[in-house]
Design a protein around this ligand. Structure first.
Ligand SMILES: [Zn+2]
Length: 106
């Protein structure tokens, strides 16, 4: 997260590790602009965000795991693939809920 940089003119996102600009710290399309780093992408802010995750979000994983409702989605793929996975999970959830209700009615 600390590698992310963006162009203040066009908003293009670069990453010093995974998608560096052609010239260091300079937008490929706007050489006059210096790339900026989001305030919450600094190392200290990232550390705090990870701690918050561990304290407040991670316990939810245990809870949903225990109650058999945890669904995992691989977040390293394209937004379209991730969206499609989530959509499928939600659709299955709706079908399951509807089936559950009709069974209860019988
Ligand atoms: Zn730009």
């Amino acid at each position: 997260m600390t590698g992310r940089r963006s162009c203040p003119i066009c908003g293009e996102i670069y990453n010093v590790y995974f998608r560096p600009a052609k010239v260091d710290n300079q937008c490929d399309r706007h050489p006059e602009a210096r790339l900026t780093q989001r305030a919450d992408d600094t190392q200290e802010k990232v550390r705090v965000r990870l701690e918050t995750y561990k304290r407040e979000t991670a316990p939810l994983l245990d809870y949903y795991q225990r109650t058999g409702r945890l669904q995992r989605v691989d977040g390293t793929r394209s937004p379209e693939e991730i969206y499609s996975d989530i959509e499928e999970i939600l659709n299955n959830e709706v079908v399951r809920t509807e089936l559950g209700e009709s069974t209860n009615a019988d």
